[in-house]
Structures are given as structure tokens and as C-alpha cells.
Design a protein around this ligand. Structure first.
Ligand code: HEM
Length: 472
């Protein structure tokens, strides 16, 4: 214990740690309070040099906002904390949640499904679904403020199901029915409640709670749907052997097909295939929808920025409706806007890692067995971003005023477990934004934006934007 204390004594401690519970009482509250905790401790940690320590019960935790420290932790420790295990009954050990010992093999298996070539093959579909979204939004045009989240999440879920899961547009809705988004959202609420009520961190107390009963009910629905996804694609592939690998089946290396191939060869059980599907669904649709939402809110509040982005995309695409890979690479201003929105409003605002082995830094050593909360919200506002770290300025990306510090930009995570879907996310986000901006002028009110932490950082209850049709 004395050795452990010496290792961390120069890290400032969060005050008021009480016997038995430590600082755990800080977690109490609702999702807005939890976001406020992230925001306030991002600020405090940055003021204290980028690392603080605190206790939950007798367990040692760290808050980290120093980019280099975060980068080192994320490269050294591949294990997530016991809190990720709260989602184990739901998503099992899919890639997002897998253990350090299994991670490398799983990632290696799935990487080919996220190669640039495979992702580029999804562009037609992203275009089609974004065009449908723009059509659906026409009923909202000129009617004042409305919550755009439901239509955005519908589209991003369709994108995931029709690309990485290989479900055809016509039957997708019968497989992943309307219950999915609501069930996933309510399950996230259950997880966050367990996180906040620290006594439910104990498996025994949680097991007998009404929250656990609710979790079981919701998981049954979620699993019923993901089993349908797996079996539907399996049947499709069995009926389509002749086109497999030909031009008629261009997404041959799609994620689910790869998994089913490994299952057929006896390397994965069907249950493991389903766990990967569960994991990819929760990682891949809500994140993209929320990040597009933040972009619309920011553009809708800064008309000059929106006009600049609009003029650029008009110049590149003119009235041509399909977004192309080559055209997207010329949208340098839009690229800077998206990156800056993700810096200011990272939808994954905090991550954690269990420290696998002692990590030595100049002044302290993080002991094995402790847990680090990596506050991306704070890293993106660290002083290394300059005096204007708290201001939205896409120009910083174009004028190369971006810090060289490793770990300074962490919107897609850091180190070896960085997001496998980031190229996918950029392509689908930009395609969607181009289609919306081309047809509509967006209005929003950034100062009204209130945030909560539902594992993703989200506006408290959607966020109202309004749309005006542009002269075509
Ligand atoms: C804007 C959208 C997205 C954001 C902001 C985002 C962010 C992140 C972050 C921060 C991590 C690191 C988590 C950690 O280290 O604990 C991560 C991991 C991951 N993401 Fe994403 N993500 C996005 C989109 C996607 C998409 C579209 C997919 C799949 C289609 C995806 C699949 C995953 C998976 C499977 C992991 C776990 C990777 C591993 O552990 O090796 N993400 N993402």
C-alpha cells in the first residue's frame, strides 16, 4: 500500500474521499449531472496538469486529460474497466467489449471488413439513403423547429444494416424492426443508471434489483432482433452461392459475411457471430447520427460557416446529385468543419481503461489494477490546443494550428483500440451532410444546447433545428 501511495503521491487528489465509499457519491445524479461531472473535471484536470486521482470504494481511479498520458495508457492497456462488463449480457464479448487477451485476434479477423476498398463500395448506398432522408425531411421544411434525431438514427441504422450486415433494403425493416432503436436506447439508460447508483456496481445487489429485471426484458427483445439479422443473412448466402464473389455481390467481404465464413469453417460459434453483430450495431449507428446532429446544430448557428461549406460543395458537385469519392476529397472546408465539430462535441466524451501493468511516467507511476477515465472532452480542450481551445474554429485544421502532441485528437479513440469504423463514419457523415446542405438552409441555436451523458454525449432531448428550402 505504501509503495502504491508513493507511486501516485504527486498526482493531485480529488478532495473529500470518505471511508468505504471514497468519492463514489460524485457519480450520483442523472445523465445531465454525469455530463456536468465530465465537463467540470475536464476543466479541473487540465488546470492541474492533465491528471487527477480519486477513489470509488477503495479502488483507485484516475481522470486523464493530458494527451500524452492518455496516448500512453491507451497503447499500453487494452483492457476496459469492470464498468464495460455491465453491458456484457447485452453485447457479450464482441470487438467493442472484448478482453485484452482476445482482442488482437478478433481485430485481425474483422479488419478486412473495414478496408478502404470495402468502405468505398458503400458510397452508392450512403447516397441513396441520404437522398431518401432529404426527401423525408421535406415535410418538415418551413414548419419551424423539429427534432431531427429520429429520422437521422433511422437512416444510420439502415446504413449499418444494409452495408456491414448485408441486409437488402426491401427486407431490412422486417428483420430490424422499429423496436430496435427504442430498445437499445432504453438499455443504455439502464446501463447509465447502474453506473450512477454505485451500490449496483456490486453484481449481487444488482442481480436482485428491478433494474436487472428491466435489463433482462430489454435484452430479450434486442437479441431476438440480432438473431434474426444473423439467420437472415445466413439463409441469403446459402441461397446465393453462385453470385458470391462476383460483381453481383460486390460487398463480399462485408463484416457479417466474413463472420459467417469463419463460422462455417468452425472457427466461431453462431453465438459469437451474434455477439459481434450486437457490438457493431451499438457502436455504429447512434454515434454517426449524433455526430451529424452536432454538425447540423453548429452549421445552423453559424450562417457564415454554413454558406462557406455550401459554396464549396456547389463548386465541387454543382447540381450533380451523387456524391463521389473524388469530389469528397476536394471538400477541404467541410472536412475541417466535421473534424472541428468532433473536437468540440465528441459524441464519445469519455472512455476508460484498466491499467494492465504499471505504467511509469516522469513523476508518477500508474499502478496495475487501477482504472483511468480518459476524458476526451477535456483532451480536446487541453491547453495544447492554444488559447482558443474553447472556440469553434475550423480554420485551425486548414492553417495547421493543430497540436503535434500524440493523443491530442481522440474523437475516434486512441492507440491500438482506435475505432475500426472511422473511415466508414467519415464517409457516411460527409455524404449525409452534403445532401442535406445542398437542399436546405439549416437553422439552429447552439447556445440552447444542453448535454447529457448516456454513454454517448447527447443533447438532453433531441435538439430542434429548422430547415428552409434553398433555391435549386
Ligand atoms: C462518428 C462516429 C463514431 C465515433 C465518434 C466513434 C468513436 C469510437 C471510439 C472513441 C472508440 C474507442 C472506444 C474505446 O477505446 O473504448 C471506438 C471504437 C469502436 N468503434 Fe467507433 N465510432 C464511430 C463510428 C463507428 C462505426 C460506424 C462503427 C462500425 C461500423 C464503429 C465500430 C467501433 C468498434 C467495433 C470499436 C471497438 C474497436 C476495438 O476495440 O478494437 N464505430 N469508436
Amino acid at each position: 500500500r505504501a509503495k502504491h501511495d508513493r507511486m501516485i503521491e504527486c498526482i493531485p487528489a480529488v478532495p473529500n474521499a470518505f471511508p468505504l465509499i471514497g468519492n463514489a457519491y460524485m457519480l450520483l445524479g442523472d445523465s445531465q449531472d454525469t455530463f456536468e461531472l465530465i465537463r467540470v473535471y475536464s476543466y479541473k484536470s487540465n488546470r492541474a496538469g492533465g491528471i487527477l486521482r480519486f477513489l470509488i470504494g477503495t479502488q483507485q481511479f484516475f481522470i486523464v486529460t493530458n494527451p500524452q498520458v492518455a496516448h500512453t495508457i491507451m497503447n499500453t492497456s487494452l483492457s476496459k474497466s469492470y464498468m464495460y462488463d455491465f453491458s456484457l449480457n447485452w453485447v457479450g464479448r464482441g470487438l467493442f467489449n472484448t478482453t485484452a487477451s482476445r482482442w488482437k485476434q478478433q481485430r485481425k479477423l474483422l479488419n478486412p471488413a473495414f478496408s478502404q476498398k470495402v468502405i468505398d463500395g458503400y458510397l452508392d448506398l450512403f447516397n441513396r439513403n441520404a437522398e431518401n432522408l432529404v426527401e423525408a425531411l421535406s415535410t418538415k421544411c418551413g414548419t419551424g423547429g423539429f427534432d431531427v434525431v429520429p429520422v437521422l438514427t433511422d437512416m444510420t441504422l439502415e446504413n449499418i444494416c444494409q452495408t456491414v450486415m448485408g441486409l437488402p433494403a426491401e427486407t431490412m425493416k422486417t428483420v430490424v424492426d422499429d423496436r430496435y432503436t427504442h430498445t437499445a436506447k432504453t438499455l443504455l439508460d439502464v446501463l447509465i443508471t447502474r453506473l450512477q447508483k454505485f451500490w449496483f456496481h456490486s453484481d449481487i445487489l444488482y442481480y436482485f434489483s428491478s433494474l436487472k429485471k428491466e435489463e433482462n426484458r430489454l435484452i430479450k427483445i434486442a437479441h431476438e432482433i440480432t438473431w434474426k439479422v444473423v439467420r437472415h443473412r445466413k439463409t441469403m448466402l446459402q441461397n446465393l452461392p453462385s453470385v458470391h464473389g462476383t460483381d453481383q455481390e460486390p460487398n463480399r467481404l462485408s463484416f457479417l459475411d466474413l463472420l459467417l465464413d469463419w463460422h462455417a469453417k468452425g472457427h466461431l460459434s453462431e453465438a459469437q457471430v451474434k455477439e459481434e453483430v450486437d457490438s457493431m450495431l451499438i457502436a455504429g449507428y447512434d454515434t454517426v447520427a449524433t455526430q451529424v446532429l452536432y454538425t447540423l446544430i453548429v452549421l445552423g448557428s453559424l450562417p457564415d460557416v454554413q454558406e462557406k461549406a455550401y459554396n464549396e460543395l456547389q463548386e465541387v458537385f454543382g447540381s450533380n446529385s451523387a456524391v463521389t469519392k473524388e469530389g469528397l476529397s476536394k471538400l477541404v472546408y467541410l472536412d475541417a468543419v466535421v473534424k472541428e465539430v468532433m473536437r468540440m462535441y465528441p459524441t464519445i466524451g469519455a472512455l476508460d481503461r484498466r491499467i494492465d501493468q504499471d505504467i511509469k511516467f516522469d513523476n508518477f507511476t500508474l499502478p496495475a489494477g487501477s482504472t483511468a477515465f480518459i476524458l476526451i472532452w477535456g483532451i480536446h480542450r487541453h491547453p495544447c490546443w492554444g488559447d482558443d481551445a474553447h472556440h469553434f474554429d475550423p480554420q485551425r485544421w486548414l492553417q495547421r494550428r493543430v497540436p503535434a502532441d500524440l493523443g491530442a485528437y481522440a474523437a475516434f479513440g486512441l492507440g491500438r483500440r482506435v475505432c475500426i469504423g472511422r473511415s466508414y463514419a467519415y464517409l457516411s457523415m460527409k455524404t449525409t451532410i452534403v445532401h442535406i446542405l445542398r437542399r436546405y438552409r439549416v437553422e439552429a441555436n447552439l447556445p440552447n444546447l444542453e448535454l447529457k451523458f448516456d454513454l454517448l454525449t447527447k443533447p438532453v432531448c433531441g435538439h430542434h433545428i429548422s430547415l428552409e428550402l434553398r433555391d435549386q
